[in-house]
Design a protein around this ligand. Structure first.
Ligand code: FES
Ligand SMILES: [Fe+2]
Length: 377
């Protein structure tokens, strides 16, 4: 009964996940871990920001918060997408109001409302208020250093940005590994599909009472499906399901019992694919809809996360079938929320210091290993 032994929960040792064993429970429940993850997880890896089709025109932008960082993701005049901290180079004011990608804003320039420093879409400072230019409001206090600035040196702080098809990712690290390296085979597979031809059609946002990693672990396995998603598994052959585990990415493939009409799928294979991309993003290729979905699993604090579920179809006006499809997806989410909240109630009692993963839980194991690797970095 080693998993009940407190000494197991002291630290992540270099080999604690070598066996099919789990990250100690305190890495889910500890308040200090949430703070550490801002740096070691969300400050280091590529994190999904949003969909390029939501900012098609130059000047269209949305904001994205990752840990403490508030970013503006904007389409530049050259057509490329850029990401900046939503923080003014003058005295640090937040500049644009929170703007979800589903309701993107449009600006020719980014103007800080505090003293009207104004930046172009490259992030360079383009104008300052008249008082700066005249700089003679109080000559007795004139200070050469305070007034000297140029547009490049006072540019917005830009953040690494890259894409897989229309999916935009950002990286807060100064010197990140490439997105190609982190995404591996997932990048090739997704880029082989016409994801960019599909438009955002629906978003469901939920706040759930449990640590984000509990939900991520649950998403990564389907051993719980038989008991908990009874409607859904009726049409699925779990026996023919297949796990595939890559460096920062894993996939659950499911075969449909009945042949699904080819026209009902964006991808060719007779299966559904549920991709997980470390740390907190999923791409869901359904077998029963000509569309796809994404989940963003954003931590709010140790005890809560936000699930943002987005759905993409050829036409953003949903058909009845598509609406029914989204209702089914929502039902699955709600069933999972119940499971993870119940698991969270148990975990946070502190009774279990370390879980024991089952022999088929390779994907969960990979997730826990990546967390350990991040914490140790
Ligand atoms: S803080 Fe932005 S213009 Fe002053
Ligand atoms: Fe589930």
């Amino acid at each position: 009964m080693t998993q009940w032994d407190d000494s197991k929960a002291q630290a992540v040792s270099s080999d604690i996940t070598d066996e099919s064993n789990a990250l100690p429970a305190r890495y889910f429940t500890g308040q200090d871990i949430f703070e550490m993850e801002k740096e070691t997880v969300f400050g280091q890896y590529w994190v999904y920001a949003g969909h390029a089709n939501c900012i098609k025109e130059a000047g269209e932008y949305f904001t994205r918060t990752i840990g403490e960082r508030q970013l503006i993701i904007v389409r530049g005049h050259d057509g490329n997408i850029k990401a900046f901290d939503n923080v003014c180079a003058h005295r640090g004011s937040k500049m644009v109001t929170d703007t979800p990608m589903t309701d993107s804003g449009n600006a020719r320039r980014i103007k800080c409302p505090y003293h009207l420093w104004t930046y172009d879409l490259e992030g360079d400072l383009k104008s300052t208020p008249k008082s700066f230019e005249e700089a003679s409001l109080n000559p007795d206090l004139e200070d050469e250093e305070v007034q000297e600035f140029d547009s490049k040196e006072n540019a917005l702080n830009d953040v690494h940005v890259d894409s897989i098809g229309p999916l935009i990712f950002v990286n807060l690290s100064a010197d990140p590994m490439s997105l190609d390296e982190q995404a591996g085979v997932m990048k090739d597979r997704l880029e082989a599909l016409p994801l960019g031809e599909y438009e955002h059609a629906s978003r469901i946002v939920s706040e759930v009472e449990c640590n984000w990693k509990v939900f991520s672990s649950n998403y990564s396995e389907c051993d719980h499906c038989q008991a908990n998603h009874q409607d859904w598994i009726k049409g699925i052959s779990l026996n023919e399901s297949e796990l595939e585990v890559n460096d920062y990415h894993w996939v659950l493939h499911y075969t449909h019992d009945e042949d699904v009409d080819d026209e009902l799928r964006i991808h060719d294979e007779h299966e559904a694919q549920f991709h997980y991309f470390w740390p907190n993003f999923t791409v869901n290729m359904y077998g029963t809809a000509d569309g796809y979905g994404t989940y963003i699993i954003d931590p709010i604090d140790t005890n809560r996360f936000q699930l943002i579920a987005d759905y993409y179809f050829e036409d953003p006006e949903l058909s009845e079938e598509e609406e029914a499809f989204i209702r089914t997806s929502r039902q699955l989410q709600e069933e999972d929320f119940e499971l993870v909240e119940r698991q969270w109630e148990g975990l946070k009692t502190g009774a279990l210091s370390q879980a024991q993963l089952g022999p088929n839980e390779h994907t969960v194991h990979r997730f826990h290993q990546l967390a350990q690797q991040a914490y140790n970095s």
